[in-house]
Design a protein around this ligand. Sequence first.
Ligand SMILES: [Zn+2]
Length: 484
Amino acid sequence: MTESAADYLIEGGLVVSGAGVTRRDVLVRNGLISEVGPDLSGRPSKRVVDASGKYVLPGIIDAHNHPVNTDKIDTFSISAAFGGITTVIPFIQNLRRHGIAGTTFDTIQGFIEEAERISYLDFGVHAILVGDDDVDDQVPRLIKEGVISFKMFMTYPRRGMMMPDDKMLRAMTLASHQGGVAMVHAENGYCIDFMVDKLTAEGKTSREHYAPSQPRILEVEAASRAATYARVTNCPLYIVHLSAREVLDVLTRFKGGGAPLYGETCPQYLDLTNQAMLDHGPLAKIGPPLREPADNEAMWRGIAERLIDTVGSDFCGFNKSQKHSGGQSVGPIVDRPDLDEGSASIFDASFGGNWAEQMLPVVYEEGVNKGRITLPRLVQVMCENPAKIFGLYPKKGVLQPGSDADLVLFDPTLRHTLGAESQHCLSDFTMFEGKEVLGKPVFSMQRGETVIEDGELKRAQGKAKFLPGNSDLAAFATGGHAVD
Ligand SMILES: [Zn+2]
């Protein structure tokens, strides 16, 4: 019996899945995993990769990012790749408030065409639906195109981004009937504007007033309201970037009845606090705001206790000068290097930070090395669950025969220091500057092609594929609890 040589043999590593860690070899053929077994060393292969002493993880899926500012999908995907990410799912919305005509559907089609040319990693797309979108028209068209997830802002009314409650209910109804999933940014925007106006009138516009202007109760209220609407419409709901400790009560209350409810948090809400805002001002401005150490611990507990299902980065690639000057989070940015962080109201600074490349090392260091979560749980929340929720499983998110050969080798013995100098995006700062971590992604591949190796990007542009979400395969379509 003869067998043609495989393309790759990944030999001697510890393969990690949500079920556990096992010593396994992995054979890759024609871009797919062809076999996973305890000893495949005798198999002919064109290339052997020595994975001894390393973990072999499914490629990380970052299901939350905004590559629409200084870092577009090209440089964002490079940075993500160096962080062990192989699949990204960006948020895209219509550009009408920037004077660019067209529907969300049009903008997304344009994005997909561009990303297939310039992205270095495979990508899905989430649609953002804003108040002026025609949801009856857009939701069915987008689902047919493979864009099955729809984010709505419950905040930012003055930026023209908030989805009114009645239209949110309509969008959830449409999504629930057609295999879609609703996503919300859960904060009460009217209350935030009220607080911001009040503090501004009192002359309280410096950094220490930022967190009090967006208190945690506004996240808890909005999460509870969105979960209520999802229950009424029987729509699967994914709440992005959870940060407040009390929101675990909302997840406890609403999970397990009716359509699935999923929670996401981010490395910044797991490891940073309002101290970063006090130290760095506009550079640390994100919504929801960075909170307190007890909130960090609650997010870890939420992950460990399966209340929180995923970790995403919420990457926005801004330069320092743009953060200070209040560039919008989508569309053209005014670069104002003349403004320094002391000169403007914190309420005028822009939202967002570049957290993708550091995400896996931070979650591994703070989660696994510090004993807050297991490594299999990390693989569940960063690989398996995002793939299942957004209809990409088992093509992505798992190392098993037939799946795409998307994997990352992680060396748990490499100590390194995170910082702007060593990151690969255009954005020129990181809120994890100087953080020492143990463990680093050192090799990755996508569909059998090497992406990073020896500290270098090996993949060319033009290879990335759009990944339509398959609503039939998605865990939520079954109404079951396929997510761990
Ligand atoms: Zn976001």
